[in-house]
Design a protein around this ligand. Sequence first.
Ligand code: GLC
Length: 536
Amino acid sequence: MPVSHPDPDPLAWWQRDVIYQIYPRSFADANSDGVGDLRGIREHLDYLNDGTDASLGVGAIWMSPFYPSPMADFGYDVADYTDVDPVFGTLDDFDDLLEAAHERDIKVIVDWVPNHTSDQHPWFIESASSRDNPRRNWYVWRDPAPDGGPPNNWRSSFPAVGAAWTFHEQTGQYYLHSFAPQQPDLDWDNPEVEAAMHDVLRFWLNRGVNGFRIDVVYKLAKDPELRDNEPDRAHDQDWPTIHDRLRRIRRVIDEYDGRMIAGEVYLLDLQQVVEYINSGDELHLAHNFVFLRLPWDAMAFRMSVREFLELADSAAWPAWFLENHDHSRVPTRYAGPEPGSGALRGRTAAMLVCALRGTPFLYYGQELGLPDAEIPPGRIVDLDGRDPERAPMPWRRPSRVGPGAGFTTSEPWLPLVADAERLCVEAQQEDPRSTLAFVRELIHLRSREPALRSGIQRLVNAGPGLFCFERRLDQPGQRFLVALNFTSRDVPLQLEEDLASDAELTLSTDPGLERGTTDPKTLTLHPDEGLILRLP
Ligand code: GLC
Protein backbone atom coordinates (compact mmCIF):
# COMPACT_ATOMS: atom_id res chain seq x y z
CA MET A 1 0.00 0.00 0.00
CA PRO A 2 1.43 3.41 -0.87
CA VAL A 3 1.85 5.60 2.18
CA SER A 4 -0.12 8.80 1.84
CA HIS A 5 1.64 11.90 3.08
CA PRO A 6 -0.30 14.98 4.05
CA ASP A 7 0.26 17.84 1.65
CA PRO A 8 3.45 19.38 3.07
CA ASP A 9 2.34 22.87 2.18
CA PRO A 10 -1.39 23.34 1.89
CA LEU A 11 -1.10 27.11 1.84
CA ALA A 12 -1.78 29.58 -0.96
CA TRP A 13 1.11 31.76 -2.15
CA TRP A 14 -0.18 34.77 -0.23
CA GLN A 15 -0.16 32.73 2.99
CA ARG A 16 3.16 31.04 2.44
CA ASP A 17 5.54 33.82 1.52
CA VAL A 18 6.81 37.11 2.84
CA ILE A 19 5.27 40.08 1.00
CA TYR A 20 7.66 42.99 0.48
CA GLN A 21 6.28 46.49 0.03
CA ILE A 22 8.04 48.77 -2.42
CA TYR A 23 7.46 52.51 -2.48
CA PRO A 24 8.39 53.00 -6.14
CA ARG A 25 9.61 56.60 -5.79
CA SER A 26 12.22 55.47 -3.30
CA PHE A 27 13.46 52.05 -4.37
CA ALA A 28 15.78 52.50 -7.34
CA ASP A 29 16.15 55.22 -9.95
CA ALA A 30 17.19 53.74 -13.31
CA ASN A 31 16.87 56.93 -15.40
CA SER A 32 18.74 59.33 -13.13
CA ASP A 33 15.99 61.84 -12.46
CA GLY A 34 16.17 61.45 -8.70
CA VAL A 35 12.91 59.48 -8.46
CA GLY A 36 12.67 55.68 -8.37
CA ASP A 37 10.98 53.91 -11.29
CA LEU A 38 9.72 50.56 -12.55
CA ARG A 39 12.92 49.77 -14.43
CA GLY A 40 14.84 50.37 -11.20
CA ILE A 41 12.66 47.79 -9.47
CA ARG A 42 13.22 45.29 -12.28
CA GLU A 43 16.98 45.74 -12.04
CA HIS A 44 16.89 44.80 -8.36
CA LEU A 45 14.66 41.73 -8.51
CA ASP A 46 17.61 39.40 -7.98
CA TYR A 47 18.25 41.12 -4.67
CA LEU A 48 14.70 40.22 -3.65
CA ASN A 49 14.70 36.64 -4.86
CA ASP A 50 17.09 34.93 -7.25
CA GLY A 51 16.10 31.46 -6.10
CA THR A 52 19.16 31.06 -3.86
CA ASP A 53 19.96 31.75 -0.22
CA ALA A 54 22.05 34.73 -1.31
CA SER A 55 18.94 36.79 -1.98
CA LEU A 56 16.33 38.00 0.48
CA GLY A 57 13.84 35.29 -0.50
CA VAL A 58 10.57 37.22 -0.54
CA GLY A 59 7.70 35.66 -2.47
CA ALA A 60 5.79 38.76 -3.53
CA ILE A 61 6.12 42.49 -3.95
CA TRP A 62 3.39 45.04 -3.32
CA MET A 63 4.05 48.29 -5.14
CA SER A 64 2.52 51.56 -3.97
CA PRO A 65 0.84 53.47 -6.85
CA PHE A 66 2.75 54.19 -10.07
CA TYR A 67 -0.22 55.51 -12.11
CA PRO A 68 -0.36 58.94 -13.77
CA SER A 69 -0.76 61.44 -10.97
CA PRO A 70 -0.19 65.11 -10.16
CA MET A 71 1.49 63.70 -7.00
CA ALA A 72 -0.42 65.81 -4.49
CA ASP A 73 -0.30 62.63 -2.37
CA PHE A 74 2.59 61.00 -4.27
CA GLY A 75 0.49 58.73 -6.42
CA TYR A 76 -2.47 58.13 -4.09
CA ASP A 77 -4.16 60.81 -6.20
CA VAL A 78 -4.70 58.86 -9.43
CA ALA A 79 -5.46 60.71 -12.67
CA ASP A 80 -5.62 57.56 -14.84
CA TYR A 81 -6.08 54.09 -13.36
CA THR A 82 -4.86 52.20 -16.41
CA ASP A 83 -1.51 53.69 -17.26
CA VAL A 84 1.91 54.42 -15.75
CA ASP A 85 3.12 57.89 -14.78
CA PRO A 86 6.06 58.95 -16.99
CA VAL A 87 8.16 59.49 -13.87
CA PHE A 88 7.90 55.73 -13.23
CA GLY A 89 8.09 54.58 -16.86
CA THR A 90 5.55 53.13 -19.28
CA LEU A 91 3.04 50.30 -19.43
CA ASP A 92 5.67 48.34 -21.35
CA ASP A 93 8.02 48.81 -18.42
CA PHE A 94 5.28 47.47 -16.18
CA ASP A 95 4.80 44.40 -18.38
CA ASP A 96 8.57 43.81 -18.42
CA LEU A 97 8.70 44.07 -14.66
CA LEU A 98 5.79 41.69 -14.24
CA GLU A 99 7.36 39.16 -16.57
CA ALA A 100 10.76 39.39 -14.91
CA ALA A 101 9.18 39.02 -11.47
CA HIS A 102 7.18 35.98 -12.55
CA GLU A 103 10.32 34.40 -14.04
CA ARG A 104 11.75 34.52 -10.52
CA ASP A 105 8.48 33.29 -9.02
CA ILE A 106 7.89 36.65 -7.37
CA LYS A 107 4.19 37.52 -7.30
CA VAL A 108 3.16 41.11 -8.00
CA ILE A 109 0.56 43.03 -6.01
CA VAL A 110 -0.49 46.50 -7.13
CA ASP A 111 -2.18 49.24 -5.15
CA TRP A 112 -5.80 49.95 -6.09
CA VAL A 113 -7.03 53.35 -4.90
CA PRO A 114 -10.81 53.16 -5.22
CA ASN A 115 -12.05 55.68 -2.64
CA HIS A 116 -10.91 58.79 -4.47
CA THR A 117 -9.33 59.99 -7.69
CA SER A 118 -7.12 62.96 -8.39
CA ASP A 119 -8.97 66.22 -9.02
CA GLN A 120 -7.21 66.02 -12.40
CA HIS A 121 -8.88 62.72 -13.32
CA PRO A 122 -11.13 63.27 -16.38
CA TRP A 123 -14.08 61.93 -14.36
CA PHE A 124 -13.72 64.69 -11.79
CA ILE A 125 -13.06 67.38 -14.39
CA GLU A 126 -16.35 66.42 -16.03
CA SER A 127 -18.14 66.10 -12.71
CA ALA A 128 -17.03 69.57 -11.67
CA SER A 129 -17.89 71.16 -15.00
CA SER A 130 -21.59 71.68 -14.23
CA ARG A 131 -24.36 70.49 -11.93
CA ASP A 132 -26.06 68.63 -14.75
CA ASN A 133 -23.02 66.87 -16.14
CA PRO A 134 -23.76 63.12 -16.46
CA ARG A 135 -20.80 62.43 -14.18
CA ARG A 136 -21.90 64.92 -11.53
CA ASN A 137 -23.07 62.08 -9.28
CA TRP A 138 -19.83 60.11 -9.63
CA TYR A 139 -18.53 62.22 -6.75
CA VAL A 140 -20.16 63.47 -3.56
CA TRP A 141 -21.49 67.01 -4.11
CA ARG A 142 -23.73 68.77 -1.60
CA ASP A 143 -25.19 72.21 -1.02
CA PRO A 144 -23.63 74.29 1.74
CA ALA A 145 -25.12 74.11 5.23
CA PRO A 146 -27.60 76.92 5.99
CA ASP A 147 -24.74 79.03 7.36
CA GLY A 148 -22.79 78.55 4.12
CA GLY A 149 -20.32 76.17 5.76
CA PRO A 150 -19.59 72.50 4.90
CA PRO A 151 -22.58 70.11 4.70
CA ASN A 152 -21.56 68.12 7.81
CA ASN A 153 -18.83 67.72 10.43
CA TRP A 154 -16.66 65.17 8.62
CA ARG A 155 -12.91 65.78 8.82
CA SER A 156 -10.12 64.84 6.44
CA SER A 157 -7.86 62.00 7.64
CA PHE A 158 -4.99 64.45 7.17
CA PRO A 159 -5.14 66.73 10.22
CA ALA A 160 -3.48 69.57 8.28
CA VAL A 161 -6.39 69.62 5.82
CA GLY A 162 -9.21 70.15 8.32
CA ALA A 163 -12.74 69.77 6.97
CA ALA A 164 -13.37 66.96 4.48
CA TRP A 165 -15.22 69.39 2.20
CA THR A 166 -14.07 72.01 -0.28
CA PHE A 167 -16.36 74.62 -1.78
CA HIS A 168 -16.40 74.74 -5.57
CA GLU A 169 -17.13 78.33 -6.62
CA GLN A 170 -18.10 77.55 -10.19
CA THR A 171 -21.00 75.26 -9.32
CA GLY A 172 -21.79 76.54 -5.84
CA GLN A 173 -21.54 73.21 -4.02
CA TYR A 174 -19.08 71.44 -1.75
CA TYR A 175 -17.36 68.19 -2.72
CA LEU A 176 -16.19 65.51 -0.29
CA HIS A 177 -12.55 64.53 0.14
CA SER A 178 -11.58 62.13 2.92
CA PHE A 179 -7.96 63.10 2.33
CA ALA A 180 -6.52 66.14 0.49
CA PRO A 181 -8.74 68.53 -1.52
CA GLN A 182 -6.91 67.21 -4.60
CA GLN A 183 -8.37 63.74 -3.81
CA PRO A 184 -12.17 63.98 -4.29
CA ASP A 185 -14.09 60.92 -3.02
CA LEU A 186 -15.92 58.84 -5.59
CA ASP A 187 -19.54 58.07 -4.76
CA TRP A 188 -19.60 54.29 -4.31
CA ASP A 189 -23.36 54.35 -3.85
CA ASN A 190 -23.49 55.03 -7.59
CA PRO A 191 -23.48 51.68 -9.47
CA GLU A 192 -21.73 53.29 -12.46
CA VAL A 193 -18.76 54.14 -10.24
CA GLU A 194 -18.66 50.62 -8.88
CA ALA A 195 -18.73 49.12 -12.37
CA ALA A 196 -15.99 51.45 -13.64
CA MET A 197 -13.76 50.59 -10.70
CA HIS A 198 -14.36 46.86 -11.21
CA ASP A 199 -13.14 47.36 -14.76
CA VAL A 200 -9.93 48.85 -13.39
CA LEU A 201 -9.39 45.62 -11.46
CA ARG A 202 -9.98 43.59 -14.61
CA PHE A 203 -7.50 45.71 -16.56
CA TRP A 204 -4.66 44.76 -14.19
CA LEU A 205 -5.90 41.19 -13.67
CA ASN A 206 -5.85 40.69 -17.44
CA ARG A 207 -2.28 41.98 -17.52
CA GLY A 208 -1.40 39.28 -15.00
CA VAL A 209 -1.07 40.89 -11.59
CA ASN A 210 -1.45 38.44 -8.71
CA GLY A 211 -3.31 40.70 -6.36
CA PHE A 212 -4.23 44.09 -5.04
CA ARG A 213 -3.69 46.06 -1.90
CA ILE A 214 -6.88 48.07 -1.51
CA ASP A 215 -6.25 51.58 -0.30
CA VAL A 216 -8.50 52.76 2.58
CA VAL A 217 -11.01 49.99 1.89
CA TYR A 218 -13.01 50.90 5.03
CA LYS A 219 -13.83 54.26 3.42
CA LEU A 220 -15.67 52.70 0.47
CA ALA A 221 -18.96 52.80 2.33
CA LYS A 222 -20.32 55.85 4.11
CA ASP A 223 -23.69 56.89 5.44
CA PRO A 224 -25.61 57.79 2.25
CA GLU A 225 -27.50 60.41 4.27
CA LEU A 226 -24.18 62.09 5.16
CA ARG A 227 -25.18 62.55 8.79
CA ASP A 228 -22.69 64.07 11.23
CA ASN A 229 -20.14 61.80 12.88
CA GLU A 230 -21.10 61.12 16.46
CA PRO A 231 -18.71 60.42 19.35
CA ASP A 232 -19.62 56.73 19.34
CA ARG A 233 -20.48 56.24 15.69
CA ALA A 234 -18.56 57.18 12.56
CA HIS A 235 -20.75 57.92 9.56
CA ASP A 236 -17.90 58.56 7.14
CA GLN A 237 -16.47 55.02 7.03
CA ASP A 238 -17.11 51.31 7.67
CA TRP A 239 -20.82 51.68 6.88
CA PRO A 240 -22.64 48.28 6.82
CA THR A 241 -22.90 48.45 3.02
CA ILE A 242 -19.13 47.83 2.90
CA HIS A 243 -19.50 44.08 3.23
CA ASP A 244 -21.70 43.45 0.19
CA ARG A 245 -19.62 45.93 -1.75
CA LEU A 246 -16.51 43.93 -0.88
CA ARG A 247 -18.19 40.67 -1.83
CA ARG A 248 -18.83 42.10 -5.29
CA ILE A 249 -15.16 43.13 -5.54
CA ARG A 250 -14.16 39.65 -4.44
CA ARG A 251 -16.34 38.12 -7.14
CA VAL A 252 -14.38 40.08 -9.77
CA ILE A 253 -11.11 38.80 -8.26
CA ASP A 254 -12.46 35.25 -8.25
CA GLU A 255 -13.16 35.42 -11.98
CA TYR A 256 -9.39 34.79 -12.16
CA ASP A 257 -7.31 31.97 -10.69
CA GLY A 258 -5.23 32.38 -7.55
CA ARG A 259 -5.53 36.13 -7.14
CA MET A 260 -5.61 37.91 -3.77
CA ILE A 261 -6.88 41.10 -2.15
CA ALA A 262 -5.34 42.63 0.98
CA GLY A 263 -7.05 45.66 2.42
CA GLU A 264 -5.95 48.64 4.42
CA VAL A 265 -8.50 48.37 7.25
CA TYR A 266 -7.43 51.28 9.43
CA LEU A 267 -10.01 50.67 12.15
CA LEU A 268 -8.82 50.50 15.73
CA ASP A 269 -11.37 47.95 16.88
CA LEU A 270 -10.31 44.39 16.08
CA GLN A 271 -13.91 43.19 15.99
CA GLN A 272 -14.53 45.57 13.08
CA VAL A 273 -11.27 44.51 11.40
CA VAL A 274 -12.00 40.78 11.44
CA GLU A 275 -15.38 41.41 9.86
CA TYR A 276 -13.49 42.15 6.63
CA ILE A 277 -12.01 38.62 6.55
CA ASN A 278 -14.22 36.36 8.64
CA SER A 279 -16.90 35.45 6.14
CA GLY A 280 -14.35 34.12 3.63
CA ASP A 281 -15.84 35.98 0.67
CA GLU A 282 -14.47 39.47 1.30
CA LEU A 283 -10.76 40.28 1.81
CA HIS A 284 -8.13 37.54 1.89
CA LEU A 285 -5.96 39.65 4.20
CA ALA A 286 -6.56 42.72 6.34
CA HIS A 287 -3.77 45.00 7.51
CA ASN A 288 -4.10 45.28 11.28
CA PHE A 289 -3.26 48.78 12.51
CA VAL A 290 -4.08 47.98 16.13
CA PHE A 291 -0.94 45.82 16.08
CA LEU A 292 1.16 48.51 14.39
CA ARG A 293 0.21 51.06 17.04
CA LEU A 294 1.09 48.96 20.11
CA PRO A 295 3.72 50.14 22.57
CA TRP A 296 6.95 48.10 22.74
CA ASP A 297 5.63 45.82 25.43
CA ALA A 298 5.48 42.01 25.51
CA MET A 299 2.10 41.91 27.23
CA ALA A 300 0.60 44.38 24.76
CA PHE A 301 1.66 42.28 21.77
CA ARG A 302 0.62 39.05 23.42
CA MET A 303 -2.84 40.34 24.34
CA SER A 304 -3.36 41.84 20.92
CA VAL A 305 -2.39 38.65 19.09
CA ARG A 306 -4.66 36.68 21.41
CA GLU A 307 -7.56 39.05 20.92
CA PHE A 308 -7.17 38.87 17.16
CA LEU A 309 -7.14 35.07 17.23
CA GLU A 310 -10.19 34.93 19.48
CA LEU A 311 -12.17 37.18 17.18
CA ALA A 312 -11.00 35.80 13.85
CA ASP A 313 -12.74 32.84 12.32
CA SER A 314 -10.52 29.75 12.34
CA ALA A 315 -10.35 29.85 8.54
CA ALA A 316 -9.44 33.55 8.44
CA TRP A 317 -5.74 34.15 7.89
CA PRO A 318 -3.91 36.93 9.76
CA ALA A 319 -1.50 39.41 8.20
CA TRP A 320 1.22 41.02 10.33
CA PHE A 321 3.19 44.17 9.66
CA LEU A 322 4.94 46.85 11.68
CA GLU A 323 6.14 49.19 8.93
CA ASN A 324 4.68 50.84 5.87
CA HIS A 325 4.94 54.12 3.97
CA ASP A 326 2.65 55.99 6.38
CA HIS A 327 4.34 55.30 9.72
CA SER A 328 7.62 55.98 11.43
CA ARG A 329 9.98 53.02 11.00
CA VAL A 330 10.44 50.55 13.87
CA PRO A 331 14.01 51.55 14.92
CA THR A 332 12.83 55.15 15.30
CA ARG A 333 9.32 54.55 16.58
CA TYR A 334 10.58 52.11 19.20
CA ALA A 335 13.91 53.87 19.74
CA GLY A 336 14.29 52.67 23.36
CA PRO A 337 16.61 53.77 26.15
CA GLU A 338 20.04 52.90 24.74
CA PRO A 339 21.60 54.20 21.51
CA GLY A 340 21.43 50.74 19.94
CA SER A 341 17.99 49.71 21.24
CA GLY A 342 16.08 50.76 18.13
CA ALA A 343 18.29 48.69 15.86
CA LEU A 344 17.90 45.61 18.09
CA ARG A 345 14.14 46.10 18.19
CA GLY A 346 14.08 46.29 14.41
CA ARG A 347 15.44 42.73 14.26
CA THR A 348 13.10 41.46 16.95
CA ALA A 349 10.12 43.09 15.24
CA ALA A 350 11.07 41.34 11.98
CA MET A 351 11.27 38.03 13.84
CA LEU A 352 7.86 38.64 15.37
CA VAL A 353 6.08 39.34 12.08
CA CYS A 354 7.84 36.49 10.27
CA ALA A 355 7.29 33.86 12.97
CA LEU A 356 3.67 34.51 13.93
CA ARG A 357 1.12 32.37 12.11
CA GLY A 358 -0.02 34.53 9.21
CA THR A 359 1.38 36.48 6.29
CA PRO A 360 4.31 38.78 7.07
CA PHE A 361 4.63 42.11 5.28
CA LEU A 362 8.01 43.83 5.27
CA TYR A 363 8.56 47.37 4.00
CA TYR A 364 11.58 48.08 1.77
CA GLY A 365 14.60 48.93 3.92
CA GLN A 366 13.15 47.15 6.95
CA GLU A 367 15.59 44.34 6.17
CA LEU A 368 18.40 46.89 6.59
CA GLY A 369 17.02 48.18 9.89
CA LEU A 370 16.64 51.65 8.38
CA PRO A 371 15.56 54.33 10.83
CA ASP A 372 13.55 57.35 9.70
CA ALA A 373 15.59 59.89 7.75
CA GLU A 374 16.07 63.44 8.98
CA ILE A 375 14.26 65.79 6.62
CA PRO A 376 15.44 69.40 6.81
CA PRO A 377 12.53 71.88 6.74
CA GLY A 378 13.39 72.97 3.21
CA ARG A 379 13.08 69.41 1.88
CA ILE A 380 9.66 68.53 3.32
CA VAL A 381 7.32 67.44 0.53
CA ASP A 382 4.53 65.39 2.15
CA LEU A 383 1.47 67.16 3.54
CA ASP A 384 1.15 64.66 6.37
CA GLY A 385 4.71 64.40 7.71
CA ARG A 386 5.54 61.01 6.18
CA ASP A 387 8.78 61.87 4.37
CA PRO A 388 11.12 60.36 7.03
CA GLU A 389 9.90 56.79 6.40
CA ARG A 390 10.02 57.22 2.63
CA ALA A 391 13.74 57.97 2.25
CA PRO A 392 15.44 56.36 -0.75
CA MET A 393 16.91 52.87 -0.45
CA PRO A 394 20.68 53.05 0.14
CA TRP A 395 22.17 50.40 -2.15
CA ARG A 396 25.88 51.24 -2.21
CA ARG A 397 28.46 53.04 -0.12
CA PRO A 398 28.31 56.80 -0.77
CA SER A 399 32.12 56.86 -0.39
CA ARG A 400 32.29 54.66 -3.51
CA VAL A 401 29.42 55.80 -5.68
CA GLY A 402 28.56 59.28 -4.46
CA PRO A 403 25.82 60.73 -2.25
CA GLY A 404 22.97 59.01 -4.15
CA ALA A 405 24.18 55.71 -2.58
CA GLY A 406 23.36 53.73 -5.72
CA PHE A 407 19.71 54.84 -5.53
CA THR A 408 20.33 57.62 -8.03
CA THR A 409 23.20 59.41 -9.70
CA SER A 410 21.41 62.74 -9.43
CA GLU A 411 19.77 64.62 -6.55
CA PRO A 412 17.38 62.23 -4.74
CA TRP A 413 13.80 63.48 -4.33
CA LEU A 414 14.16 63.01 -0.56
CA PRO A 415 17.36 62.93 1.51
CA LEU A 416 18.78 59.51 2.34
CA VAL A 417 19.32 58.28 5.89
CA ALA A 418 22.39 59.90 7.46
CA ASP A 419 24.26 56.64 7.95
CA ALA A 420 23.93 55.24 4.42
CA GLU A 421 27.62 54.31 4.45
CA ARG A 422 27.03 51.72 7.17
CA LEU A 423 23.38 50.83 6.51
CA CYS A 424 23.50 50.36 2.73
CA VAL A 425 22.94 46.98 1.10
CA GLU A 426 26.56 46.77 -0.07
CA ALA A 427 27.98 47.22 3.44
CA GLN A 428 25.49 44.83 5.02
CA GLN A 429 26.04 42.16 2.37
CA GLU A 430 29.71 42.08 3.35
CA ASP A 431 28.89 41.66 7.04
CA PRO A 432 27.52 38.31 8.26
CA ARG A 433 26.44 40.03 11.50
CA SER A 434 24.31 42.64 9.73
CA THR A 435 20.56 43.11 10.03
CA LEU A 436 20.29 42.21 6.35
CA ALA A 437 22.08 38.89 6.96
CA PHE A 438 19.75 38.24 9.89
CA VAL A 439 16.50 39.03 8.04
CA ARG A 440 17.62 36.97 5.05
CA GLU A 441 18.26 34.00 7.31
CA LEU A 442 14.92 34.53 9.03
CA ILE A 443 13.04 34.51 5.74
CA HIS A 444 14.87 31.41 4.50
CA LEU A 445 14.23 29.64 7.80
CA ARG A 446 10.52 30.37 7.38
CA SER A 447 10.64 29.03 3.82
CA ARG A 448 12.41 25.83 4.85
CA GLU A 449 10.39 24.97 7.93
CA PRO A 450 6.73 24.21 7.24
CA ALA A 451 5.84 24.60 10.94
CA LEU A 452 6.78 28.28 10.77
CA ARG A 453 4.37 28.78 7.88
CA SER A 454 1.40 26.51 8.39
CA GLY A 455 1.99 25.12 11.90
CA ILE A 456 -0.45 25.69 14.69
CA GLN A 457 0.42 28.44 17.13
CA ARG A 458 0.18 28.34 20.90
CA LEU A 459 1.06 31.21 23.22
CA VAL A 460 3.41 30.10 26.01
CA ASN A 461 3.91 31.72 29.45
CA ALA A 462 7.54 32.65 29.98
CA GLY A 463 7.69 35.39 32.59
CA PRO A 464 7.31 39.16 32.46
CA GLY A 465 8.83 41.07 29.57
CA LEU A 466 8.87 38.10 27.21
CA PHE A 467 6.44 37.17 24.46
CA CYS A 468 6.72 33.47 23.68
CA PHE A 469 4.86 31.18 21.37
CA GLU A 470 5.18 27.74 19.92
CA ARG A 471 4.72 26.80 16.25
CA ARG A 472 4.22 23.14 15.56
CA LEU A 473 3.30 20.57 12.96
CA ASP A 474 2.96 16.86 13.54
CA GLN A 475 6.13 16.08 11.64
CA PRO A 476 9.59 15.22 12.94
CA GLY A 477 11.63 18.29 13.78
CA GLN A 478 8.68 20.63 13.26
CA ARG A 479 8.32 22.14 16.69
CA PHE A 480 9.67 25.61 17.40
CA LEU A 481 9.66 27.97 20.33
CA VAL A 482 9.86 31.68 19.53
CA ALA A 483 10.93 33.85 22.48
CA LEU A 484 11.07 37.64 22.24
CA ASN A 485 12.41 39.96 24.91
CA PHE A 486 10.61 43.32 24.86
CA THR A 487 12.72 44.81 27.64
CA SER A 488 16.14 46.43 27.73
CA ARG A 489 17.30 44.02 30.43
CA ASP A 490 18.53 40.45 30.48
CA VAL A 491 15.49 38.27 31.14
CA PRO A 492 15.71 34.55 31.98
CA LEU A 493 13.38 32.32 30.04
CA GLN A 494 11.05 31.12 32.79
CA LEU A 495 8.89 28.59 31.04
CA GLU A 496 5.91 27.53 33.12
CA GLU A 497 5.90 24.16 31.43
CA ASP A 498 8.63 21.63 30.83
CA LEU A 499 8.95 21.90 27.07
CA ALA A 500 12.33 20.22 26.66
CA SER A 501 15.76 20.09 28.21
CA ASP A 502 17.75 20.00 25.02
CA ALA A 503 16.57 22.41 22.39
CA GLU A 504 18.52 23.63 19.40
CA LEU A 505 19.18 27.32 19.07
CA THR A 506 18.18 27.92 15.44
CA LEU A 507 18.27 31.69 15.11
CA SER A 508 18.94 34.69 17.31
CA THR A 509 18.74 38.38 16.58
CA ASP A 510 22.19 38.45 18.22
CA PRO A 511 24.67 37.28 15.57
CA GLY A 512 27.30 36.54 18.22
CA LEU A 513 25.26 33.86 19.89
CA GLU A 514 26.52 30.34 19.37
CA ARG A 515 24.08 28.01 17.64
CA GLY A 516 23.57 24.48 18.79
CA THR A 517 22.07 22.52 21.65
CA THR A 518 20.90 24.44 24.66
CA ASP A 519 18.74 23.87 27.71
CA PRO A 520 15.82 26.33 27.56
CA LYS A 521 15.64 26.32 31.37
CA THR A 522 19.05 27.94 31.65
CA LEU A 523 18.57 30.45 28.83
CA THR A 524 18.64 34.18 29.39
CA LEU A 525 17.54 36.56 26.67
CA HIS A 526 19.62 39.68 26.17
CA PRO A 527 17.98 43.12 25.91
CA ASP A 528 15.49 43.23 23.03
CA GLU A 529 16.66 39.83 21.80
CA GLY A 530 14.57 37.37 19.86
CA LEU A 531 15.27 33.63 19.58
CA ILE A 532 13.91 30.71 17.65
CA LEU A 533 14.57 27.32 19.25
CA ARG A 534 13.85 23.96 17.69
CA LEU A 535 12.31 21.62 20.23
CA PRO A 536 12.67 17.86 20.08
C1 GLC B 1 -3.74 55.33 2.46
C2 GLC B 1 -2.33 55.36 1.96
C3 GLC B 1 -1.77 56.73 2.20
C4 GLC B 1 -2.61 57.72 1.43
C5 GLC B 1 -4.07 57.59 1.80
C6 GLC B 1 -4.95 58.30 0.80
O1 GLC B 1 -3.81 55.54 3.83
O2 GLC B 1 -1.58 54.35 2.58
O3 GLC B 1 -0.42 56.82 1.81
O4 GLC B 1 -2.17 59.01 1.70
O5 GLC B 1 -4.50 56.27 1.78
O6 GLC B 1 -4.96 57.60 -0.42
